[in-house]
Design a protein around this ligand. Structure first.
Ligand SMILES: [Zn+2]
Length: 446
């Protein structure tokens, strides 16, 4: 903070308007819909800490997300202010047509193609910390980093995190908290509670000027039992208590701190799975070996929850593109498949979505794209998944959350509906940092 204040003072001497330079705590609650906070009473939710952020600061009535409305692409937009097409994190999972990557995710920050808020804050002279934010392994500009990573859930995953975290940090905080750190694969409420305790210990020990904290249990619950269920509401009420502890710790370390609460996407209730692999296999675009594994492919779905990018092995081959498009159009013509739209390259680019894809299909609310479950799985079947996102942004159910409070921020101000890409430059400005690559202007918080 002292460094930040100094930078602010130096800027003030050479610029007509001085940049603000407040410490910043950024908390993400995965899958939090704005209405759960804005209409908490109506929905029967007791969220005293989230409601306090709402009344003490400014808030968006809704945040229009990015394509696809998935956790990793969205969290990277929250950290960079640009669309997935530009930052490079175009899905949760990396593309893996033959299934050799054991379900690997985009864990590694080296895949992010533009500067992040961590880097911008470091450049502005601030110290930075991170607890479990997506796409944070080996992230540049993080002074104290416990990144999100998992492998199989085996106890060895703890050693993997030891190797990838800031040296000594995990052991230091485990001593302070008196418990081992949560496993990366753990998306339960107790995992969130433990990460909350590690975040408050990090704040107490190192007072990072900029800290990111990611909480995942609400998303997990809404996938499992659906949004608007008693179980999801109970989890959110418990997460509210974690937020209360984090804000109290931050205010103790930095009385002048800005606190921002975000989410990455909303949720649709779901009932039906669409197994695109079935159609691609039947059409000969995916060839299987005798064990039912992918032997070769000409076109391949890259699934993303409520949407799927369609990849071609040779994108320049017009004949395969035409054949694939004909298949997608046939599938879309049957309402039972739940396909809302088939996008071509031009419309994909306009949406800021996956530039590697030749086509992209967006599903109707209620439908999800299935993972590959072997050669016998049917095209359409009821899905055990009760809630999903990953569709193209736009529908109100998919909107994300933005609440922000601090010394120079208007109390009770409704910012209206904002673009998710505006959040990172807004936060950068509050810290006295800049993100020149951002695709949206900062929001006026006064
Ligand atoms: Zn998410």
């Amino acid at each position: 903070m002292k460094k930040a204040a100094l930078v602010s003072l130096l800027l003030a001497t050479c610029m007509p308007t001085a940049a603000l330079a407040e410490p910043l705590l950024l908390i993400s609650i995965d899958g939090l819909r704005p209405g759960d906070v804005l209409e908490a009473d109506k929905r029967g939710l007791s969220l005293p800490n989230l409601r306090r952020l709402l009344t003490d600061g400014a808030h968006a009535s809704g945040v229009t997300g990015v394509a696809p409305t998935l956790t990793y692409p969205s969290h990277t937009t929250l950290m960079t202010g640009v669309s997935p097409a530009k930052h490079g994190i175009v899905a949760n999972n990396s593309f893996d047509p033959t299934g050799i990557n054991q379900g690997g995710w985009y864990w590694y920050a080296q895949d992010i193609k533009v500067p992040t808020l961590w880097e911008a804050a470091t450049k502005a002279g601030l110290s930075t910390g991170n607890i479990h934010w997506p796409v944070s392994v080996a992230a540049k500009g993080v002074s104290w980093n416990l990144p999100q990573i998992w492998h199989t859930g085996h106890p060895d995953d703890a050693k993997l995190l030891d190797a990838l975290a800031t040296p000594g940090l995990k052991a230091e905080l485990e001593t302070a908290v008196g418990q081992p750190y949560a496993m990366g694969i753990d998306e339960s409420l107790s995992g969130d509670q433990l990460r909350g305790r590690f975040a408050t210990a990090l704040i107490a020990a190192h007072k990072p000027d900029f800290l990111t904290v990611y909480l995942t249990a609400l998303d997990h619950e809404q996938h499992g039992v659906g949004p608007d269920t008693p179980q999801a509401k109970a989890v959110l009420e418990k997460i509210d208590a974690i937020v209360g502890d984090l804000v109290a710790a931050e205010r103790k370390a930095h009385p002048d701190a800005v606190v921002a609460l975000v989410s990455d996407h909303g949720f649709e209730a779901t009932h039906t799975g669409l197994n695109l692999f079935r159609a691609f296999i039947d059409d000969g675009l995916i060839m299987l070996d005798k064990d039912g594994k992918v032997a070769s492919w000409q076109a391949m779905p890259w699934i993303a929850g409520g949407s799927a990018a369609i990849m071609l092995s040779r994108p320049e081959d017009a004949a395969i593109a035409t054949r694939t498009k004909a298949l997608l159009d046939r599938l879309a013509a049957n309402p039972a498949n739940g396909i809302a739209a088939v996008l071509d390259k031009a419309t994909i680019a306009k949406a800021g979505a996956n530039p590697q894809a030749t086509f992209l299909i967006n599903l109707q609310p209620g439908f999800v794209t299935d993972i590959y479950r072997g050669p016998a799985a049917p095209l359409v079947a009821p899905t055990p998944v009760k809630g999903m996102h990953g569709y193209l942004p736009g529908p109100a159910h998919l909107e994300a959350t933005f609440l922000i409070t601090g010394p120079n921020i208007a109390k009770g101000k409704d910012l209206g509906r904002i673009d998710m890409r505006a959040i990172a430059p807004t936060l950068a400005k509050a810290m006295g940092a800049t993100l020149p690559d951002a695709q949206a202007a900062p929001v006026d918080l006064k």
